[in-house]
Write a protein that binds this ligand. Structure first.
Ligand code: DCC
Length: 194
């Protein structure tokens, strides 16, 4: 841990983020990075099925409809599920930078309860990059993209190589992913980062 900073504010010397030339165009849907991802995968029945779209610069938008399976208190979304929605939206920013990054720190503010049936309108943007650290924020609104803020988050993501998953993931899922041409295509899209 020595020398590690977990501050959410970019340090001196941090640079503005650079949108990759091959990033999806503004408005383009960013596909799921993994079919079995709880946040975005189509193969998870009770998952969030979050669909993100590229925005301008290094930003994204996404929508998440809160279902019964996502409750904490009766009729209300679970806070951890809302944090997942924010985390997943932030994670999709990697497609704009063309880097693979994992959440290092995620700080969440819960501003308003979010009832079941609500569509949470999310947006996220990268503000700075310092070495492997990516500083980003996300907001979730209810009632529409300009509606009142229900949740927001600040995060530091850390860039990793594909080996991070190969070395740490359970072998059964890693082997299945490596045998899936669509999954390999997703991984290659990041590995050609110049
Ligand atoms: C096929 C497509 C798939 C695409 C897959 C995309 C998935 C997205 C899914 C949504 C997002 C997730 O939920 S991701 C899942 C949840 N997250 C995780 O599982 C991450 C678990 N943690 C780790 O594996 C590790 O701690 C890492 C990789 C984050 C860091 O370890 P490391 O690689 O050894 O790096 P390390 O040298 O310690 O640190 C590098 C720099 O980052 C800083 N740093 C390290 N940790 C933190 C931290 N928690 N908060 C702030 N800063 C940190 C250090 O101070 C240092 O700064 P300096 O000294 O250089 O200044």
């Amino acid at each position: 841990m020595s020398g590690r900073t977990t501050a959410l504010a970019p340090p001196d010397g941090a640079e503005p983020p650079v949108r990759h030339p091959d990033a999806p165009a503004p408005g383009e849907v960013i596909g799921s990075h993994y079919e079995h991802c709880f946040g975005c995968g189509g193969g998870v029945p009770h998952g969030l099925h979050l669909e993100a779209r590229a925005g301008e610069g290094v930003s994204v938008t996404a929508e998440f409809r809160v279902k019964e399976a996502h409750q904490g208190a009766p009729g209300l979304a679970h806070g951890g599920v809302l944090a997942t929605a924010l985390d997943e939206t932030l994670g999709s920013l990697g497609w704009l930078l063309r880097v693979i990054a994992v959440t290092g720190r995620l700080e969440t503010d819960y501003v308003q309860p979010v009832p079941v049936g609500t569509v949470l309108h999310l947006d996220a943007a990268v503000h700075a990059v310092h070495g492997r650290k990516i500083y980003a924020t996300a907001t979730g609104r209810i009632g529409g993209p300009e509606g009142p803020v229900a949740v927001r988050a600040s995060a530091v993501f850390i860039e990793v190589k594909i080996d991070h998953f190969i070395e740490n993931g359970r072998p059964a899922e890693i082997q299945a992913a490596l045998a899936d041409p669509d999954q390999v295509k997703v991984a290659r899209a990041f590995e050609v980062n110049p």
